[in-house]
Design a protein around this ligand. Structure first.
Ligand code: PGA
Length: 256
């Protein structure tokens, strides 16, 4: 794992955007796994400003609420089009977001997995982290080898996301999410976390034991996982001095 710590969210975002931009320039047909929530908003703004060529890029989003129509203002379809896709030259046919209105959810999930395989797999998956350590919507105790499927949100996640819905009672209880096994197959993982409220989940993921109780801890098993953190999100890491030293001393050929 590479733990990149920057003083501010803006600084960590620029590092993450550079990593994605460099991949897209090297591989114009890159397959990107994308995330929603507050965390990637600054990343998407940065990527838009970079004026990259998205014309041949394929995207797969991590998750979607079950029961929200695409056009619902809080659906992740709406989120992605408002905050990224409508500002770049991505081809609509190359955008994939789980369908929260699917009638046959297991069938839809199997198809989503197949679409990822057909696209050649995900080159880089962007991730946030929940205050409970979830990635995608793989809540604590999710199987570490799970595939795309329906999940029930924890009360904590419902409370965390109630700010978007104007009340916890309006947050759907079910979601479709890529599984941890699905995420682990991406060739690179890029987890972003900002703010002190993520510090405990980040510390457990990076330095705690690997376990389903903190799904992000599974990133320890990935050969190319990066965490991009601001100082507050890194504040509970015991070895932060070492991570900073490693990053400052990267050989030139390893720098993005
Ligand atoms: P947030 O959510 O970016 O809104 O904090 C992160 C997540 O739940 O993965």
């Amino acid at each position: 794992m590479e733990i990149i710590i920057q003083p501010t969210q803006a600084g960590a975002t620029i590092v993450a955007a550079r990593i994605i931009g460099s991949l897209m320039r090297k591989n114009p047909r890159a397959v990107l796994g994308l995330a929603t929530g507050s965390t990637p908003l600054s990343l998407y703004r940065e990527l838009i400003a970079m004026k990259l060529n998205w014309s041949q890029v394929t995207t797969f989003n991590l998750d979607e609420y079950v029961g929200l129509p695409r056009e619902h203002e809080q659906s992740y379809h709406t989120f992605m089009w408002d905050n990224l896709f409508k500002h770049v030259n991505v081809a609509k046919k190359n955008v994939h977001i789980p369908d929260g209105s699917a009638r046959d959810i297991p069938k839809f999930c199997a198809k989503y997995e197949q679409q990822i395989r057909d696209a050649g797999g995900i080159d880089l998956q962007v991730l946030g982290i929940g205050t409970d350590g979830h990635i995608g919507f793989n809540e604590p105790t999710s199987s570490l080898v799970s595939r795309t499927r329906i999940k029930t949100l924890t009360r904590q996640t419902i409370a965390d996301n109630s700010r978007f819905f104007g009340g916890a009672h309006k947050v759907p209880h079910h979601v479709i999410t890529m599984g941890i096994g699905t995420i682990m197959e991406a060739r690179q993982l890029l987890l972003l976390a900002f703010g002190e409220k993520k510090a405990r989940a980040v510390a457990e993921a990076v330095e705690g034991p690997i376990g389903a109780i903190n799904p992000a801890s599974m990133l320890q098993m990935h050969p190319a996982a990066r965490f991009c953190l601001d100082d507050p999100a890194a504040s509970q890491l015991r070895h932060s001095d070492y991570y900073r030293w490693v990053y400052e001393n990267k050989p030139d050929w390893q720098k993005v």
